[in-house]
Design a protein. Structure first.
Lengths: 157, 120
């Protein structure tokens, strides 16, 4: 039996230049998917709440938007969305865009279901259909390999 | 005004996602659990013209979204992204050279339809 360190090297060496993923790589990609979805949902919920308190802003000047940064919910939302942005970039470094897009769309489902069960929002049959369709899309995309493009030689480590 | 903002969001979002994906693939894979890997990623981003361009596009999309959210609810902002799911999948296949087969096409289509239905 090899030590964990040697084992990792072996796995990386075997996967060099191939699109096949080791269980560890799949695990890291899954973790990033979860982080992207969670930060997307939380960030947007906070920002939306903040913007509704701030009120109407339609302007071409970015300075008019600075007013929004006086609202604590908007500030919290923006901070969480920065985490979302970074984790999304980290995920895109490992996975295809055509994989990331449908899979992270489960954020919509979570927002809708969260609104229904926590805030008792009414969900019409059209919205339920939408929830089912998106969930189907997420499951279909999850069945494809996360990355289909070749890794660069520098990543072969 | 609402629909102009929706158009700006969809266009800028598509451009941003494609540029970011191209840039991040050139930058190398980020290890999800390694803090050093995240710090390295953030450092490299500032020297990566693709990701910087992607950020600029997403910033435009973000301010348009803020503006839209201030005059209407989140549900109105949602259809803006529906079309971009299909356009982005198309660009992922032909520009980013990803292996997009029926499962991913079906996934993108289901999500696009679902996103439209969710706005009702």
């Amino acid at each position: 039996m090899s030590s964990p360190v040697n084992n990792t090297n072996l796995v990386t060496a075997v996967n060099s230049g191939k699109t096949a993923e080791s269980p560890q790589q799949v695990h890291a990609t899954r973790l990033l998917v979860l982080l992207v979805i969670a930060s997307n949902v939380l960030g947007n919920v906070c920002l939306s709440r903040g913007m509704q308190q701030v009120g109407r802003i339609v302007s071409a000047s970015p300075f008019d938007y600075l007013r929004a940064f006086l609202n604590p919910w908007a500030v919290l939302g923006v901070c969480i969305l920065v985490i979302w942005m970074l984790s999304d970039l980290a995920l895109l470094s490992r996975a295809d865009l055509s994989f990331v897009l449908p899979v992270t769309a489960s954020a919509y489902v979570l927002v809708a279901l969260g609104g229904h069960f926590l805030l008792h929002d009414h969900i019409s049959w059209q919205r339920w259909t939408g929830i089912v369709l998106i969930t189907g899309g997420v499951i279909l995309a999850e069945e494809t390999p996360a990355r289909t493009t070749a890794r660069r030689p520098e990543d072969w480590r | 005004m609402k629909w102009l903002l929706v158009g700006i969001i969809a266009l800028a979002n598509t451009l941003g996602d494609v540029l970011n994906t191209a840039g991040m693939k050139r930058q190398g894979e980020v290890d999800a659990l390694g803090l050093g890997s995240w710090v390295g990623m953030i450092r490299k981003i500032f020297r990566n013209p693709y990701v910087l361009g992607g950020f600029a596009a997403l910033a435009v999309s973000f301010f348009a979204l803020l503006s839209l959210l201030s005059i209407t609810t989140v549900s109105f902002a949602v259809p803006a992204t529906a079309v971009s799911y299909l356009v982005e999948t198309l660009l992922a296949k032909y520009i980013l050279k990803e292996d997009v087969r029926w499962r991913r096409w079906a996934a993108a289509s289901l999500v696009a339809c679902g996103v439209v239905l969710l706005s009702f």
